[in-house]
Design a protein around this ligand. Structure first.
Ligand code: 3HC
Length: 311
């Protein structure tokens, strides 16, 4: 039986594909009364909200949800432009923010900055989750300390205990998995509440130790990387590599289409983390993958990757 998560307000930092998907399942599936989305880019805030509304409209049209359910989910959503504004939402007498999920770019300095800022502005009992796909969760958790906390104080010691990894998969409304990654510091009660929240979002939860790439990307990224190496070495065309896996193994997408879908910059960042942290040559990123990122070919989101998306 699922434990009670007790979450009435959830914040999501980052209004890209992943963040909006997390906001969507939080508002629609888990029916969290307040879902506060946050992004520093005003253009991304506008884009994110219309993406959210578009998804609701599509689900109503398909008959998956009623107009009333869609309206209720939309009413649960608020969008703000900074972590300060996010934190200010709890001072309006509407209760505290129980959990924040960070879904920003896969970059350690960015995530450390966000966690430091969240820890400074939110109470010690707010759960802080990261949607990182490969970075050390223990390192991110160590940043969950308020700027005001003195070294060795209770606040400095307790801060990281409320942090953990909650790894969603793209597209979040469709993929039914969440990988839960407790950091070395995470308390058991925080892990249990985060699991209950993910289950309320309609997800099956698996747990991984805090190792580079966790289970999911330790298996997926070398597979994608090997497909890029097959292309690089002229073993087969991109279409034949993808068709082999799609029809031969019943994968919904071939590995190169999937890489474009995830983002080649993200794939490269994950391979670099695996390679750097293990020093194992089996994780060496394909040179072609690096060159494509150098060229600004990030896949579907930039209009060009292994395939062309400009049409
Ligand atoms: N948001 C919401 N719903 C979406 C969506 C999106 N971005 N994209 C597709 N969907 C929905 C469609 O609306 C459709 O819903 P319906 O069944 O109610 O009509 C359903 O998904 C199927 O979509 P399509 O018919 O358009 O296309 P497909 O049947 O080809 O499915 C797919 C699309 C679900 C993306 C499928 O190709 C797939 O499962 N691909 C593999 C995806 C995958 O492996 N994701 C994990 C990536 S790894 C990751 O995220 C981890 C990170 O750390 C790297």
């Amino acid at each position: 039986m699922s434990l009670k998560h007790g979450i009435k307000t959830v914040g999501v930092v980052g209004m890209g594909q992943m963040g909006m998907g997390i906001g969507y399942v939080s508002a629609l599936k888990a029916q969290i009364p307040r879902v506060i989305m946050c992004d520093a880019s005003p253009a991304q805030v506008t884009k994110g909200v219309s993406f959210f509304e578009g998804l609701l409209a599509k689900d109503v049209k398909k008959g998956k949800i009623s107009q009333e359910q869609a309206d209720a989910a939309r009413a649960r959503l608020t969008a703000v432009g900074s972590i300060e504004e996010l934190a200010a939402c709890q001072q309006e007498g509407a209760g505290s923010i129980d959990m924040v999920i960070e879904a920003a770019t896969e970059s350690l300095p960015i995530k450390l900055k966000i966690f430091g800022s969240l820890a400074t502005q939110l109470p010690l009992d707010t759960i802080l989750a990261t949607n990182t796909s490969s970075i050390s969760v223990s390192k991110i958790a160590a940043a969950a300390v308020s700027e005001r906390a003195e070294k060795g104080s209770r606040e400095a010691w307790e801060g990281p205990k409320r942090a953990l990894g909650l790894h969603f998969f793209n597209p979040v409304p469709v993929m039914s998995l969440v990988e839960l990654i407790p950091a070395l510091q995470t308390s058991e009660s925080v892990t249990a509440r985060a699991r209950a929240f993910a289950e309320a979002c309609g997800k099956t939860v698996t747990t991984s130790q805090d190792v580079p790439g966790f289970v999911s990307n330790r298996l997926l990224m070398p597979f994608i990387n090997e497909a890029v190496m097959c292309l690089e070495q002229g073993i087969a065309s991109k279409e034949d590599i993808d068709t082999t896996l799609k029809l031969g193994m019943n994968h919904p997408m071939g590995p190169l289409v999937l890489a474009d879908f995830i983002g080649l910059d993200t794939c490269l960042a994950i391979m670099e983390t695996l390679y750097r942290e293990t020093a194992d040559s089996k994780y060496r990123p394909a040179v072609l993958l690096g060159r494509m990122v150098d060229a600004g070919w990030y896949g579907k989101k930039s209009g060009k990757g292994f395939y062309d998306y400009t049409a």
